[in-house]
Design a protein around this ligand. Structure first.
Ligand SMILES: [Zn+2]
Length: 64
């Protein structure tokens, strides 16, 4: 009896046992999936509000 799983990236059927890249079929599919995650996380954490606040405080000091 051999358990088989489908790779989430390419839908290829691979053996669950002795598969170190599971649930993916290979290192390539695992890396593609991790890469997608990383780029989405980077986009969400884009925050430049603190730069605007810093500019305003410098202007106030110059006026005084
Ligand atoms: Zn795959």
């Amino acid at each position: 009896m051999s358990l088989k799983v489908k790779c989430p990236r390419c839908k290829k059927e691979v053996s669950w046992k002795d598969n170190k890249w599971r649930p993916f079929c290979s290192e390539k599919c695992k890396m593609i999936d991790l890469g997608t995650w990383a780029s989405e996380d980077f986009r969400i954490s884009d925050d430049t509000d603190h730069l605007t606040i810093a500019d305003n405080s410098i202007d106030d000091e110059e006026l005084m």
